[in-house]
Each structure stands twice: as structure tokens, then as C-alpha cells.
Design a protein around this ligand. Structure first.
Ligand SMILES: Nc1ncnc2c1ncn2[C@@H]1O[C@H](COP(=O)(O)OP(=O)(O)OP(=O)(O)O)[C@@H](O)[C@H]1O
Ligand SMILES: O=P(O)(O)OC[C@@]1(O)O[C@H](CO)[C@@H](O)[C@@H]1O
Length: 302
């Protein structure tokens, strides 16, 4: 069984404008409200690709209800800890000549709420896959990722982590099966700007030295690089197409990778290509990738 955890889900309010000027009234010419947050996006795309998962995490208020309603519409199972107060954040994604994102901070989460999530995670068993993804609201301790990994250590659960900086660096000692920073996040972790593939591979190896098993570096329109635990690396260009909405492209890549890995019974190259094609299929669409869209792009890169 696959589980995703989104510590800080969001209702993404995506707007398009011909131009955007800070400090003035700007009128949009397109708007959409999508339930999101990284783990939730992974669950939605897994569902689109034909794999069942359960979305876990914390939801609150009317925005949390809307996310659950949308997940029900997609047929995605969910079992969130319901917070008694506050509301799940609204993240604003402004698409004009440049892309601007305003991500909310998220509701308060008490120790008792946290314990409720831990109890749900205690039910996972050998062979399960767990995706831990995204930022955390300010009331969660920044060792929450570590605490979960420590609690599940030695249980035979395949853990995938998609988070930034300290949240990611601190879990490497628990040997996550896969991590997926993008090239900018990889550079930020070491305080460097990475430009060439060689530099990216060098720094991705440093994450393996710190404990990560497999490292998938996404590079938006430049494709991706995968370093596997057995010392191999793979590089793929991104499929060609028109960028429409990159929100969730990285999460889609994670869902595609899991799908390829499961369907090929553990072949990393298949998983990698499926990940790249799924990321791009989402980037080329208003909504998250569907299976026919992914399969059409897959043919162009293998
Ligand atoms: N402009 C693009 N053209 C083609 N493919 C793209 C483009 N942007 C993203 N992708 C695909 O999606 C994958 C993941 O994208 P990206 O590196 O932007 O992830 P990310 O930074 O984690 O994204 P996000 O946080 O928005 O989900 C890329 O490796 C690529 O396959
Ligand atoms: O603030 P975080 O948790 O880092 O990112 C949240 C977020 O930007 O990630 C998803 C895209 O990857 C969106 O659905 C969501 O708004």
C-alpha cells in the first residue's frame, strides 16, 4: 500500500494575468482552485496512473473540507487528522510574465494532533511505500520528518522524501529510499550554484554519502538526473512541449517514479523515465498528468 503525508496541505488558487504589477489592482483572466500540497498531488497523480494510495496529514476548516471533496471526486482515499481550529492554507500562484507564488503558513498543530498522525503511521507494514512531502506549518517542530523516520526505522517501509534544506538533510541518516530535490534546492543545501551536470552529480553524491539511497534531481525544462544506490547514474532530457502549469510537476515526477518502479518490479531506469514523463505531462497541462498524456510523452524519451 502507498501512503502520502502532506503536513501542510493547501488549496491552490491559480490565476493568470496578461501582466502583474505589485502595488496596483490586477485583474485576472483565468482562475482555478485546486486541492494541493505535495503529498496530495502525489496521491492524485498515482490515482490517475492507476495506483491506489491513502493521503494522510492535517486538514482544517472550510479549505480542508474542499480538499477532501476534491480527493473524493478523484477517488483518492484519505485519512487526515482533523484539526479543531483554523483553516488549511490557501496558496496563491500568479502566472503572468513571471510566476509568483504566495504560500500560506498553515494552521496550528498540537502535540496531541501530531500523536494522532503517528498512530496512523504505526499501522504501516513491511513493503508499504510512504511519501513524506512539503513544508511544515510553523507550529510543527522542524524534526518532525526525522521523528517519523526514526519511529518507522527497521520496519521494511520504503520512504520517499521531498522536502527542502534542513528538513531533508536531517533525515538522510535514516537512509530514505529516494529523495527528490530540484537542482536549485540541491545547490542551496551546500550554499553553491550548480550549472553543469558534473557539478549536479558531484553534489547529489554528497547526499548519498550522508545516507540517501537513490537521489533524483529534477531540473524543470532541462529534465532530470538519477543516482542509484548501486553507483549508477541516468540522465534524461525533458520531453518537448508547451509549459502550461508547472505547479505539481515535481510531485507528479515522484508519482511517476513510484508507478514505474512498482510496474517494472524495481527497474530504476523504467521508474526514472516514467518519472520524467509524468512531471512533464503535468507541466504541459492545466491539471495534473493523466495516464494517456504520460504514455504519449514516454514514447519520446525512451
Ligand atoms: N518547462 C518544462 N518542460 C518540460 N518538462 C518540465 C518542465 N518543467 C518541469 N518539467 C518536468 O517535471 C519535472 C519536475 O520539475 P521541476 O524540476 O520543476 O520540479 P520541482 O521544482 O519539484 O517542481 P514543483 O515544486 O513545482 O512541483 C522535470 O524533471 C521535468 O521532467
Ligand atoms: O509550501 P510547500 O509545502 O513547500 O509547497 C506547497 C506547494 O507549492 O507545493 C505544491 C506543488 O509542488 C502545491 O500544490 C503547493 O501549493
Amino acid at each position: 500500500m502507498i501512503y502520502t503525508v502532506t503536513f501542510n496541505p493547501s488549496l491552490d488558487y491559480i490565476v493568470r494575468l496578461d501582466s502583474f504589477t505589485a502595488g496596483e489592482i490586477n485583474r485576472v483572466n483565468y482562475e482555478q482552485v485546486l486541492g494541493g500540497g505535495k503529498g496530495i498531488n502525489v496521491s492524485i497523480v498515482l490515482g490517475n496512473l492507476g495506483h491506489e494510495s491513502t493521503a494522510l496529514g492535517f486538514t482544517a476548516g472550510f479549505t480542508g473540507e474542499e480538499i477532501k471533496r476534491q480527493l473524493d471526486g478523484f477517488g483518492v482515499k484519505h485519512d487526515f487528522v482533523q484539526l479543531p481550529e483554523g483553516f488549511t492554507r490557501i496558496n496563491v500562484k500568479v502566472k503572468a510574465d513571471k510566476e509568483t507564488e504566495i504560500n500560506g503558513q498553515g494552521p496550528d498543530i498540537s502535540e496531541a494532533n501530531r500523536e494522532e498522525l503517528f498512530e496512523k503511521l504505526d499501522k504501516l507494514s513491511k513493503g508499504d511505500t510512504l511519501v513524506l512531502a512539503g513544508s511544515i506549518p510553523k507550529t510543527l517542530p522542524d524534526d518532525i520528518y526525522e521523528k517519523i523516520m526514526a519511529r518507522l526505522e527497521g520496519r521494511g517501509i520504503r520512504i520517499i522524501v521531498d522536502a527542502e534544506k534542513k528538513l531533508l538533510l536531517n533525515v538522510l541518516k535514516y537512509h530514505p529510499f529516494l529523495i527528490k530535490p530540484n537542482n536549485h534546492e540541491l545547490g542551496d543545501m551546500f550554499g553553491v550554484k550548480l550549472t553543469t551536470d558534473e557539478e549536479i552529480i558531484t553534489y547529489a553524491k554528497k547526499l548519498q554519502e550522508k545516507g540517501a539511497q537513490n537521489v533524483l534531481i529534477s531540473m524543470a525544462g532541462d529534465g532530470a538526473i538519477l543516482l542509484t544506490a548501486d553507483g549508477k547514474h541516468y540522465k534524461s532530457p525533458a520531453p518537448k512541449g508547451k509549459l502550461i502549469n508547472s505547479v505539481g510537476a515535481g510531485d507528479s515526477m515522484v508519482a511517476g517514479f513510484i508507478t514505474g518502479y512498482i510496474e517494472s518490479q524495481g527497474d530504476f531506469e523504467t521508474a526514472f523515465h516514467m518519472g520524467v514523463a509524468t512531471g512533464s505531462a503535468s507541466a504541459f497541462s492545466e491539471n495534473l498528468a493523466t495516464r494517456p498524456e504520460v504514455e504519449a510523452l514516454l514514447k519520446t524519451i525512451i
